[in-house]
Write a protein that binds this ligand. Sequence first.
Ligand code: MTE
Length: 301
Amino acid sequence: MARRYTSPLTSADVTPKGLYLNRRQIMAGAAGILGAGLIGGGARAQEAQAPNTFEEITTYNNFYEFGTGKNDPARNAHMLTTEPWSIEIDGMVDNPGTYMLADILSEMTIEERIYRLRCVEAWSMVVPWNGFELNDLLDLAGVQDGAQYVAFETALRPDEMPGVSRPIIDWPYREGLRIDEARHPLTLMATGIYGEPIPNQNGAPVRLVVPWKYGFKSIKSIVRITLQEEQPVTAWNSYDPREYGFYSNVNPNVDHPRWSQATERRIGGGLFARRQPTLMFNGYEDEVASLYEGMDLSVQF
Ligand code: MTE
């Protein structure tokens, strides 16, 4: 496998792993990052707090560019060349251009964030990510007045991605956020998991993580970011807008047309584990509900 860039120092580099996990949880709690989602959400939320194992997080994946089976990305994603890596930042920005990821990283603060991940398919995990706030990257690019949305694109490399020979979605994988969602402090660009460089199957070398939205919004292996006035065309929304809304905020009260979204299966919980209730905005309601004030979330879902 091609070697990736080495990520900047984190506490994992200077602290034995057991201590570092504890300290990281404390640090994250102190920063108020986990909020109601993981720390203050009472017994039920606590239950969901223990992160999944590295093994679980890296062997049960959705990354259709490498196949549709949950284990296909782990088997095939080593084919993706992740270094060097650049991101095209264009549209309504003061500093458009091709940015080398290594140069971006030299300007960013890498943080550790333990977030829930809730897939639209009704399974979930808790992942300890390392990454930087998308907001900081947007500041680097200089967002112009009038930019109302951010569009993202995954790399499209038929030679390295066996899954794209099948027209499952209209490749490349595309996603988008409203500008206030993109600038929200919870919105992360992840470059690591458990203090290790992010594995290819999880979206190396850099992927989006929007913890209050269904997992498909968290687009992997990003090569292009565009600031624009209009709502971006996105992969799953164009595939079927009735099943996959542009917003796709986690919402236990709005079912997918083909299944309930009221509960979820926690990966690693074992065969006989009870399904757990899905939380509004995936447990991040206190942090993000204000973004959607005045919207009918069953219509704009
Ligand atoms: N990004 C790309 N480029 N291709 C994909 O197929 N799958 C999405 C999202 N990002 C996907 C993607 C879905 S459906 C989910 S649930 C998450 O990635 C899964 O992230 P994980 O494999 O790291 O758990």
